[in-house]
Design a protein around this ligand. Structure first.
Ligand code: GCU
Length: 424
């Protein structure tokens, strides 16, 4: 009995310690200085969009690739698309549904990821489209019984009744609230999604499964660049390759969207692939939109410890060492200029540091400025449920928890209407 009481006390103490280590107090944020966005590595001031494009932006991307997100080495892989399903009477006759098998092959093996696409039927023109990865399989985004169920590894989830890493048919539509497909179609947008586990199952296996299995032997330096986020972003770029072949879709108007870890991936996809016309980061937090130096909520050490496979191996050297980073996440957002970027937070999602997400966008302003675009001029957090726009930047903090809601989607599409759908 005494033993169990001791054990219980230890459990409580350790639990409290673990919690106490997470900082949720603005007063406890260490003093920090953000690295200079518009000064190049050799000290040159960047004064024009040309200098930004030719000198500073490539420097930042190179660093992000080598030290933060990594790079998916695809040189042995051939990607092909095959439409396996076409229905122009989907969603009660309002949409076209396509399912596209994206096959990734080296000379020995093939891996297939299925992309689910819905397009508004009413449009006679190629449509703008939003693409994003999903967490539990394409069939979870809508109850449409024709959606293929992936047999890739899925994360166990008690609520959804997944306990052996296989998605059962009963999980059809379980994530529908995050994907208001009918409303997206009604607003004139196409929607495409791929299950992220078809690209790379989300656990640390030393990069042996998913698309990594097709890479073959890599040099030491290429191995160091392997990361799940870069594989997921690679998948999004492959989706973009497909859109360029689909005449029903306007490939100049593809918006990349992602929530949380998949928001980190959509940001990296948008930074590394300029074909994406607009980028949406929903609650992407640490390693996404949030500034790392604030060390508020999740830190680099937290993320690298729990998810050692998400980032390039050199990112681990910044655990508890944020000030050594020659950049911060505002520079990732800055590389997106002059394309429209929407960053969104949720009030109860303090783990993702909403304020750090906003400040990152604010501090990305100077690169947008170089293109003559308006930027945020006030560092004050905007009001809850009150989106703010400045030029090609938008931000909102929604009431509620870490999630994607209809509110978020409506705001994204309002912004996309102005900057993508009805812009030339
Ligand atoms: C964890 C992780 C976050 C991530 C989130 C998610 O909370 O710490 O960095 O964004 O999972 O992807 O849902």
């Amino acid at each position: 009995m005494v033993f169990f009481i001791r054990l219980f006390i230890l459990y409580i103490l350790f639990g409290m310690e673990a919690k106490a280590q997470v900082n949720y107090d603005e007063n406890d944020i260490p003093t920090y200085v953000l690295p200079q966005l518009l000064v190049s590595n050799d000290g040159t001031n960047i004064n024009s969009s040309e200098e930004w494009r030719n000198i500073r932006r490539p420097e930042i991307l190179e660093f992000l690739k080598n030290q933060v997100y990594g790079h998916f080495n695809d040189h042995r892989i051939i990607v092909k698309f095959h439409i396996t399903d076409y229905d122009d009477g989907a969603l009660g006759g309002r949409a076209i549904r396509k399912q596209v098998a994206i096959s990734f092959a080296n000379d020995i093996d093939t891996i297939t990821a299925n992309m689910l696409v819905y397009l508004p039927l009413s449009s006679s023109e190629p449509v703008p489209l939003i693409v994003g990865l999903n967490f539990f399989g394409n069939h979870t985004v809508h109850s449409d019984p024709s959606i293929l169920i992936s047999d890739s590894w899925v994360m166990n989830n008690e609520e959804f009744g997944i306990d052996d890493h296989v998605a059962p048919p009963s999980t059809r539509g379980v994530r529908a609230h995050r994907w208001p497909v009918s409303r997206i179609i009604e607003r004139g947008y196409g929607l495409a999604t791929i299950y992220y586990g078809d690209l790379d199952p989300d656990y640390d296996d030393g990069f042996k499964n998913g698309l990594h299995a097709l890479q073959g032997a890599l040099s030491k330096s290429d191995q160091k660049l392997n990361s799940s986020i870069s594989a997921w972003a690679f998948g999004l770029s492959c989706a973009m390759d497909y859109f360029e072949t689909d005449e029903d879709v306007d490939s100049d108007k593809i918006i990349v969207f992602g929530h949380s870890r998949l928001g980190k991936s959509s940001l990296w996809a948008g930074a590394s692939d300029e074909r994406f016309a607009m980028i949406i980061s929903n609650n992407s937090g640490c390693g996404g939109a949030a500034l790392s130096r604030r060390r508020y909520g999740e830190t680099i050490k937290d993320i690298n410890t729990r998810f050692p496979h998400w980032f390039a191996s050199d990112f681990h050297q910044y655990n508890d060492n944020e000030d050594a980073l020659p950049l911060d996440q505002h520079m990732l957002l800055a590389t997106l200029a002059p394309r429209p970027i929407y960053v969104a937070s949720a009030l109860e999602d303090q783990w993702a540091d909403p304020k750090g997400e906003f400040l990152s966008l604010f501090n990305a302003g100077p690169s947008y400025n170089l293109y003559g675009l308006k930027v945020f001029t006030n560092e004050m957090m905007p009001n809850v449920d009150d989106p703010i726009w400045a030029g090609k930047m938008a931000y909102h903090i929604r009431s509620g928890v870490h999630d994607v809601t209809l509110y978020d989607w409506e705001k994204y599409m309002d912004f996309a209407d102005k900057h993508v759908r009805y812009s030339n």
